[in-house]
Write a protein that binds this ligand. Structure first.
Ligand SMILES: C[S@@+](CC[C@H](N)C(=O)[O-])C[C@H]1O[C@@H](n2cnc3c(N)ncnc32)[C@H](O)[C@@H]1O
Length: 201
């Protein structure tokens, strides 16, 4: 269910800049221009992918995200929107799968099944572009507000993460560690791995 914090997040990210990794991923895709956006939020990546000529199958667990995207992409026959979780979604075949800041919230008990479906949905040579949460991120600690945001937080260390890409060629693997101090003294740590990988042919 949406909260004011989630709705603010969608408002803030509606027209956010496209991340470098997605630009890089697009340079490496070939075949049919069909993409899946997992946990599409306010639809910033959908808009970019549409501008690049992709048909986009996007889903999110939040009805508010899907409603917002339905209004945003109304009349666009190349955007398919579904309100579903990672494990419920029926993944079509695609040459690109985007999961930007979303697999962070996949319940740990469901991840293996979800990852199997993601890999299966990609055509041979298809590109995965997504990010994962590292153990030092504030969201992995006790101060993360599970009432305000998505309650399941999935964390990987580098070795665990590289292991799930066993049947991919990793094209780009970056660890982002940033800390930010706010007025009043509180501090937030970001610890994120971003990965672009090609499924083996
Ligand atoms: C931090 S937002 C990122 C949104 C978007 N990918 C972006 O980068 O702007 C995470 C998104 O994942 C969605 N999400 C959380 N848990 C999910 C689940 N179990 N299945 C599908 N989507 C989920 C949330 O509703 C939210 O829209």
């Amino acid at each position: 269910m949406s909260t004011p914090e989630k709705l603010n997040y969608y408002a803030d990210t509606l027209n956010r800049a496209v991340r470098e990794d997605l630009l890089f991923a697009l340079d490496h895709t070939d075949g049919d221009k069909v993409a899946i956006d997992c946990g599409c939020g306010a639809g910033a990546d959908i808009a970019y992918l549409r501008a690049q000529g992709f048909t986009v199958h996007a889903f999110d667990i939040e009805q508010d995200s899907i409603q917002l995207c339905r209004e945003r992409f109304e009349g666009d026959e190349h955007v398919y929107l579904t309100c579903a979780s990672f494990s419920e979604f029926d993944y079509p075949n695609a040459s690109l799968l985007v999961a930007d800041s979303s697999l962070f919230f996949c319940p740990a008990a469901e991840f293996d099944k979800v990852w199997g479906r993601i890999t299966q949905s990609l055509s041979e040579g298809g590109i995965f572009c997504g990010s994962f949460l590292g153990p030092q991120d504030s969201m992995a600690g006790p101060d993360y507000d599970k009432q305000a945001f998505w309650p399941d937080v999935l964390v990987f260390d580098e070795a665990e993460l590289k292991a799930i890409f066993a049947c991919y060629e990793i094209l780009s693997f970056n660890e982002h560690k940033v800390s930010k101090k706010f007025e009043g003294g509180s501090e937030t740590q970001w610890h994120i791995y971003s990965v672009v990988a090609r499924k083996n042919r």
